[in-house]
Design a protein around this ligand. Structure first.
Ligand code: NA7
Length: 891
């Protein structure tokens, strides 16, 4: 836009004392442009303001040489208008900044957006007025703005971080920031250049600086993972997919985890050989596909430190193979964070640049910068004289652009900076309690920078504009998140933490790059598709978590938390609901068994253990099969006798295989999973008696099995936990075997169905009330049900071995498990309980699917170790252990 046009717009705005609009938007980048378009189409009066002289947002400012997007441009585009998509063709796989800026200019022209944008205009304060229910915005240029709704489309990486290094102002040479690169460019030919910072901006620009500079010195604090972009035309296979069915391609992106339509890997690292893993890595390295590298290698690469370490090492091998000087290669090799936990970069000749004679790497971890002087940069080992310093030192990400650019004062005079003093608090990353009618596009708490931004921006803009339209139609004038909804979102965000490894790195995702900034993963890591479904659910549940008011319609507040399930439990239940399965109880016993066998085939295989051995053991009237899991560590090991779940009707000694393997690995103990007999062929009390007999046989044959002689532990899940509990009572009453402890996971303990959990969780959580009725009917006649061998809660509880009882919030069996734990405790049994919030009946056995249950499985393992008199394994406190394991894997 010409300067004259900017001046015109400013003077237009300056005509009235205040410009009145329905909606004011800050920012004219990807988000701001789409907002103006959609709001206008929805019939709202709108003004957007941007400090820049034209559209572009981050792409207006970040003009440093080599600046490109790191999501393929085929995905990094608007998708709201198929005509627009047909009208624009990207020239490269990863477009350069000038091309992206041209694209945004093209979009602005096509929809005539500039006429509602005041360029060269900063908002200097925003204040909510309760009386008028409007925001009043003061601006740096022209009229103030009064608006009903205020939308911050300020971007996540738009507030540059100050250099934080002493002496910058003393430097006599040229100082440049990649984030504010001069429009006319900078001639670095023949100059001695220093670059500080090796994030995406540094890594993209360093190879180009090296081609011009007489000498380039790169000051690196943290080495980063970089993948060669192999730029060129957009990949023909993906272009063909898009051309074939544009709508389906886009829809797939919208519902994916990252916002890019690429199917994630389904095989786990431990299911692939070294050669297979390397082959996958080489393929993605050769194609330069960053999202692919982040999601398509193996299913556990993003959430398991050991699986991730395999990938990180392949990267380091590449660096060593490219960079000739071993010390430089070592310094360039990241070891302090898992791959993907810090934004990995796409590069063109980055590592090879360090083979050039005119390039030096200074490792600030070994020699920190002490000062910038008049002539250059001094570390504690040397002084480097330079003509130019380029700061590629990044941004005050996510919150910087929202809270630092101007005071925002909400209801009751509350300042956003104060409310966010200890970190950002939002509902959905989109709204803030206490700040009515304020919206943040891709704010902290939304997928934002962990996603394809263009997809997330469109989703947010659509959500906001659709809500504003619906509000207007219903006569509401304000919309505000409730404190309960916001607190619930914070809890959901915390629940999502184990889904990825972002928490293990100090990055701008966590605020660690800005001294003094509160720490915590700011973007939502639960995935783009799940996030979209949550937003949709909020609407379908009558704007759950929002308070709406209007002069003629009064107030409406449907308060509550949108996600009470653990994030991965929510996904599993969603998938099961989509499968639309017939009730298991309608299948008949054999049909249900076949179904379970088939269903189990699709689950991730369990992790490797030292040895898996099948055998049989005798009981009074037959033989029972068992499967033994032995740890890889030298024995003899303590023994846990395990009973699988399945309502005394389904399953066998193999059916909880991944869980047994997991417990074996975590405890360092032998697990013997017993194939006890089932109803209806063998009704009560066969399963209970089999459990007891098997435990006795295993205890008697501990040495032959490679275990330690002496007491054993028992464990079980669901009906298996019922058998474990009964076994403990029978062993006490029948003179052994000695049992050192019992782990009861979601146990069946009683035949009463009137406890609240049977009503609260009667359906919708896989194990239903009606399925439990069916199990009981098949297993046990009503007359037998009160026998303590069926309902151990009705037995004598004194003198039982110590117990660890696990119950899940969304399980019909929750309350009888708690009742059993409390009754044992009242009888003097040492009892510990794990009441698993947000989990369902199957959470703990769905190893590698319900990742959020890993922490609980760690706690169970430690309980078993306590029973066995073994020291606690620090590796089982997950948050802590991930760091410890990461450090061990990296070293
Ligand atoms: P980044 O990714 O935040 O990178 C900034 C770099 O600057 C990073 O290597 C920092 O090291 C380094 N840095 C920051 N402050 C200092 C000081 N004081 N001394 C030495 N080194 C410092 O920003 P970018 O602009 O490269 O990329 C931002 C995003 O834009 C990118 O992820 C893409 O999504 C696009 P550190 O790692 O903090 O040790």
């Amino acid at each position: 836009m010409s300067e004259a046009m900017v001046a015109d717009r400013a003077s237009e705005a300056a005509h009235g004392a205040t410009q009145h609009v329905d909606v004011a938007v800050v920012g004219a980048g990807f988000a701001g442009l789409y907002l103006v378009h959609r709001l206008r189409k929805a019939g709202f009066s709108v003004v957007a303001m941007d400090e820049a002289d034209d559209v572009g947002g981050t792409w207006y400012w970040n003009r440093y040489p080599g600046a490109r997007c790191d999501i393929q441009t085929i995905d990094y585009s608007y998708t709201f208008d198929p005509e627009l998509e047909r009208a624009w063709t990207w020239s490269e796989k990863y477009a350069t900044q000038p091309e992206i800026l041209r694209y945004l200019g093209f979009v602005a022209d096509r929809y005539d957006l500039r006429r509602d944008i005041r360029f060269g205009t900063k908002v200097t304060s925003a204040t909510w007025d309760d009386a008028t229910e409007r925001w009043l915005l003061a601006t740096s240029n022209g009229a103030d703005v009064s608006c009903r709704h205020y939308i911050m489309a300020t971007g996540c990486l738009s507030a540059p971080k100050p250099p934080e290094i002493e002496g910058v102002k003393d430097f006599k040479g040229g100082i440049y920031f990649t984030s504010r690169w001069p429009h006319q460019g900078v001639d670095l030919r023949g100059k001695r250049v220093a670059v500080i910072g090796t994030g995406s901006s540094g890594i993209q620009s360093i190879p180009l600086f090296a081609e011009q500079a007489s000498h380039l010195t790169v000051f690196q604090r943290t080495p980063n993972f970089a993948l060669p972009a192999h730029n060129g035309p957009p990949p023909s296979d993906r272009a063909a997919l898009l051309a074939q069915d544009r709508a389906a391609f886009r829809e797939q992106g919208r519902w994916s985890m990252t916002g890019v339509p690429l199917p994630p890997a389904t095989e786990f690292s431990f299911q692939l050989s070294d050669a297979e893993r390397r082959e996958r890595f080489e393929k993605l390295w050769a194609t330069g596909d960053l999202v692919g590298m982040l999601t398509q290698l193996w299913a556990d690469q993003g959430n398991d430190v050991e699986a991730n370490a395999l990938l990180a090492e392949l990267f380091r091998e590449k660096i060593r193979s490219i960079v000739k000087d071993p010390e430089t290669a070592e310094a360039l090799s990241p070891t302090d964070h898992p791959f993907g936990s810090k934004r990995p970069c796409l590069d063109t000749n980055y590592y090879a640049t360090f083979n050039r004679p005119n390039v030096t790497l200074v490792n600030l971890r070994k020699e920190p910068i002490t000062a910038i002087t008049a002539s250059g940069i001094t570390t504690d080992k040397r002084s480097v004289d330079v003509d130019v310093i380029v700061f590629a030192t990044g941004f005050d990400a996510m919150t910087g652009a929202v809270k630092a650019i101007h005071p925002i004062t909400g209801r009751g005079g509350k300042s956003l900076s104060d409310v966010w003093a200890d970190g950002p608090h939002t509902y959905l990353g989109l709204t803030v309690s206490g700040f009515p009618n304020l919206f943040l596009i891709t704010g902290p708490g939304s997928p934002s920078v962990l996603s394809n931004m263009s997809v997330s921006i469109e989703q947010h803009v659509d959500f906001v504009v659709d809500r504003l339209t619906a509000l207007r139609e219903a006569g509401f004038t304000t919309m505000e998140a409730t404190a309960t909804a916001q607190a619930g979102w914070a809890r959901h965000m915390a629940d999502c933490a184990p889904l990825t490894l972002h928490r293990l790195a100090n990055t701008w995702y966590t605020g660690a790059n800005v001294p003094g900034k509160p720490q915590g993963v700011m973007p939502y890591n639960g995935g783009v598709g799940p996030y979209r479904s949550i937003c949709n659910e909020i609407v379908s549940q009558g704007m759950l978590g929002f308070r709406l008011t209007g002069p003629s319609v009064g107030a409406q507040c449907n308060d509550g938390e949108i996600v009470r399930l653990q994030p991965d439990v929510r996904l599993v239940l969603g998938m099961l609901a989509q499968m639309n399965l017939p009730p298991i109880e309608s299948m008949g016993a054999q049909g249900a068994r076949d179904f379970v066998t088939e269903f189990n085939k699709s689950r991730p295989a369990g992790r490797p253990v030292g040895e898996v051995k099948d055998g049989t053991l005798p009981v009074a009237d037959g033989q029972l099969p068992y499967r033994l899991y032995r740890p890889a560590t030298p024995g003899p090991h303590a023994i846990v006798v395990y009973f699988h779940g399945g309502g005394w009707v389904l399953g066998d000694e193999l059916s909880d295989d991944p869980f047994c393997r997991d417990l074996c690995r975590r405890t360092g103990m032998i697990l013997v999973s017993v194939g006890y007999r089932h109803a209806p062929e063998h009704r009560f009390p066969t399963a209970a008696e089999d459990g007891f007999a098997a435990t006795r046989w295993i205890a008697d044959h501990a040495i032959e099995l490679g275990g330690k002689p002496g007491p054993v532990m028992v464990a079980g899940w669901s009906a298996g936990a019922n058998i474990a509990a009964v076994t403990c009572q029978l062993a006490r009453d029948r003179g052994g075997p000695e049992i050192a402890g019992q782990l009861l996971v979601c146990p069946v303990t009683d035949c009463r169905f009137d406890r609240p959990s049977y009503a609260d969780n009667a359906s919708g959580y896989f194990l239903t009330r009606s399925l439990m009725f069916w199990f009981w009917d098949i297993y046990c006649s009503p007359a037998d049900r009160t026998d303590p061998r069926a309902s151990p809660l009705r037995g004598q509880l004194a003198g039982l071995p110590p117990a660890y009882v696990v119950t899940c919030e969304f399980d019909p069996l929750r309350d009888e498990g708690i009742a059993y734990a409390e009754a044992m405790q009242a009888a003097g049994v040492p009892v510990e309980q794990l009441k698993a919030r947000g989990h369902f009946h199957s959470s703990f056995v769905m190893v590698d699917v319900v990742i959020t249950s890993a922490d609980g499985r760690g706690q169970m393992a430690n309980a078993l170790r306590r029973f066995a008199g073994l020291p606690q394994s620090p590796g089982q406190d997950n948050q802590q252990s991930d760091r410890t394991n990461f450090n061990a894997a990296a070293s």
